[in-house]
Design a protein. Sequence first.
Length: 288
Amino acid sequence: MTDRLAVLGSPIGHSKSPVLHRTAYEMLDLDWEYSSREVIAPELAAIVTGLDASWRGLSLTMPLKGAAFDLAGTRDTMALLTGAVNTLRVVGSGPTRALFGFNTDVVGITRALAAVGVNQATHVHILGNGSTAASAVVAAAELGALSVSVFARSPQKSAALIDLGRRAGLTVTLDTFSVAPDRPEPELVISTLPGGAIAPIAYPTGVRSRSALLDVAYDPWPSRLALDWTDAGGTVANGLSMLVHQALVQVRIFVSNDPFSALPNEEMVLSAMLASVGLDQNGVPHTR
């Protein structure tokens, strides 16, 4: 019986997860099936209940990460911190089935930044307060940040990020975009805004040249924000690189149920995954 996996979310048609996972399983000589399916949050519980014994796991994207968190019987540390699950490992079926929930977005962020040489930051700006912002806060803590400024149109909706920051060991402030010039200059800016969004903060050239940017959105690419950063000579990491690195850890989970257990020939697997979506070894898009 072929093991089955899928990425669920809405919208899902643009997802690069199928090509990434299929590439990894081909490299690992695993005859596994990985598909995609349009699913909204109210539908998730019934779909998961209906999975038979052939299902090994699910990747979850927006808007399902909160619903997946609720379904998981066991959750890893990053999932517990962020309140979000983007990976469900399914073990067994029927009444004895176990659902293990993981958040691989945090490690996706830190590994994508490490690939372009960013391994630490004292103060971080996060643009937007959607579901990825929580993972960005925890990733900032992993990079040694002492404080994070979150900027959004409606910052009052993100009060939970203040408590999250405390649990992660840093201070989080919430502000509207207009307050950014009054906050400490960042070593790192993480944009969680939708693809194609107009940059809401006009960072001075000096800030862009001295700090790094991770733009989580990867379609269209380069984003306006990424172009501004590149023009100033700043370091830029892109959301597609983040997607690859979080997918690699998902593959680890689906293979061994352990996000820390390296795959056989993992460097070759990662190289193939990066190449499958047009990225070089540093996660930078190949020039045409």
